[in-house]
Design a protein around this ligand. Structure first.
Ligand code: HXC
Length: 514
């Protein structure tokens, strides 16, 4: 028995050592944790149960028959995050560069299948040189097995990808199919083809960091939802995000028993909007004055800044927030902001997270650039996402609600349950200046003083429509409220919608304008 015990302990120790101490030291020197260290930080203390620690690859090509690493370059298993079951896989770069073999993929697929069967989230920690080159097509097939499961699990369980090293080639498509991507500054990157291929094909000289680092994907492509400065901070952020999410699409997000709200924010909220309605302000101040203290977690904060999306809590309950941002491009809707918000709305709807919209939007962004890149199709994504959402949906119109953007931003006619407006709301087809120019064109041009006439007509139109009352008269908004009444009103309004039950017409699936 003693020998058997020792054998097991020795085998465990071998597996834990991954690619060996030298490679572990190299990983540490690069500022990266090892695969196991990451898992242990991600999960609650003593909760991790590893599966498949003795699995080995079966390949014999290119000398692989002589190289065996128990676990085959990926640590898999389950544990808890804040007491809730979570499945995890973590690629071990010290073993053949964390490359994905047939068996490595099999291990990942096993935990994905378990996560689906048990209705629990799956979190993947990615640090890999991609398909194991020596294995050829079987490793490619392994990726395909993962993509297939990612897609089948989409909208059923939350799937989180954390990029903590290289992630290149087709490998990027597994994270892309998941719900949220975290990246670590300086040590992680994602791209379909690396700088060398880029140079050969397009003659561009670019570093890995510029091409696909955390910053580029946070600001330019929007692929990266959350950036962290190192592994430890990143894993903390993942744990934090999980507290906002339900375990699966049949459950509600957990409700923390405690929440705080500094009531002085009911005063502060009165003074956020500038006197002049064409001046900018930061809509995040409004969000902050309404939701529980310190509860707002912005998603894709550095991408398409003209719209703000993120999770927050109201009396402890998770909400998804979508808000036009007047401090960036006047809060206009364009291609990127529509894509960003559309995807967020669909995540919330899939996972029973009620939606709260703060609206201050001058319209869609005009111009050839946007038209030729397909603002029609991309703008329709946000429209589609709101139209199909069946979770409780409330809009508060803070200021501008102009044109098609009024319809798109969770209006009652596209299924929102309740719409409220602040007295500063302006709900019209367009701004008064432009409207006057069009409908009083003749009168203005024939006037003795066209400029004065224009101003007079602009004032006339503004008087009629630059307020919330035309919309309230027709029931397009349910009430006009003072800013300081917003939080209490929303608490009651969401409580009234708690048991909302709405289903979509039976169909295989819709055809969102992709
Ligand atoms: C097998 C690999 C590997 C791979 C790295 N290694 N990538 N082994 N298959 N894909 C091994 C290296 O041989 C080395 O082994 C060890 O991992 C560490 O790699 P280094 O190159 O020394 O590390 P580093 O300098 O940090 O560079 C990391 C890297 C580089 C940038 C990731 O290794 C690299 O470019 N790898 C290849 C990337 C790639 O082209 N993959 C295929 C992508 S296509 P030793 O024994 O020397 O320590 C793809 C298709 C997916 O993935 C398809 C899905 C549809």
């Amino acid at each position: 028995m003693k020998n058997k015990r020792e054998e097991l302990l020795q085998r465990r120790a071998n597996s834990v050592l991954g690619g060996g101490q030298e490679r572990i030291d190299k990983q540490h020197k690069q500022g990266k944790l090892t695969a196991r260290e990451r898992v242990l930080l991600l999960l609650d203390e003593n909760s991790f149960q590893e599966t498949g620690m003795f699995i080995e690859h079966r390949s014999t090509y290119f000398g692989l028959d002589k190289v065996h690493y128990p676990g085959d370059g990926v640590v898999t298993g389950y544990g808890t995050i804040h007491g809730r079951l979570t499945y995890v896989f973590s690629q071990d770069f010290t073993v053949l560069g964390g490359s994905l073999s047939e068996t490595h993929a099999l291990k990942i697929c096993k935990v994905m299948d378990l996560a689906m069967k048990n209705g629990a989230p799956i979190i993947g920690l990615n640090d890999s040189g991609g398909a194991r080159i020596q294995e050829g097509v079987v490793s490619l097939a392994g990726y395909a097995d993962i993509f297939y499961r990612n897609t089948r699990a989409s909208g059923v369980i939350p799937q989180i990808s954390v990029i903590m090293g290289p992630c290149a080639g087709g490998a990027v498509y597994s994270p892309a199919l998941t719900d949220f991507i975290f990246m670590v500054e300086d040590t992680s990157y994602m791209f379909v083809t690396g700088p060398n291929v880029v140079k050969t094909v397009t003659h561009e000289e670019v570093t890995s960091e510029d091409l696909g680092g955390a910053k580029s994907h946070a600001e330019r492509s929007g692929v990266n939802h959350f950036t962290a400065s190192n592994d430890v901070e990143c894993l903390k952020k993942v744990r934090d995000l999980m507290t906002y999410l339900p375990q699966n699409a049949n459950e509600l997000a957990p409700e923390p028993t405690q929440f705080a709200f500094n009531s002085s924010k009911n005063e502060a909220i009165k003074n956020i909007l500038p006197e002049n309605s064409s001046m900018p302000y930061d809509v995040r101040k409004v969000i902050d004055c309404v939701v529980d203290d310190e509860s707002f977690r912005e998603v894709q904060a550095d991408f398409a800044k003209n719209i703000v999306v993120g999770f927050a809590r109201l009396e402890g309950r998770t909400l998804g927030i979508v808000a036009n941002q007047p401090s960036a491009m006047a809060g206009v809707l364009d291609i990127d902001s529509s894509r960003k918000a559309g995807r967020f709305v669909r995540f919330c709807d899939a996972f029973n997270i009620p939606l709260l919209v703060f609206e201050d939007v001058p319209g869609f962004l005009p111009g050839t650039d946007q038209e030729w890149k397909g603002i029609i199709t991309h703008g329709a994504k946000l429209l589609y996402a709101f139209c199909e959402a069946t979770v409780p949906r409330i809009t508060v119109i803070l200021r501008k609600a102009y044109g098609g953007a009024f319809d798109v931003m969770n209006s009652k006619n596209i299924g929102a349950d309740l719409n409220f407006a602040w007295p500063t709301a302006e709900i019209a087809v367009m701004g008064a200046k432009g409207a006057a120019e069009i409908i009083f064109k003749k009168e203005i041009s024939q006037a003795e003083n066209p400029e004065a006439k224009w101003l007079e007509k602009e004032a006339e139109y503004a008087d009629k429509f630059a307020n919330p009352y035309r919309a309230a008269e027709r029931g397009f908004v349910d009430d006009v409220i003072l800013p300081e009444e917003t939080r209490e009103l929303l608490i009651k309004a969401f409580a009234s919608l708690e048991k909302k039950a709405e289903t979509l017409p039976l169909k295989k699936h819709g055809n969102i304008p992709l």
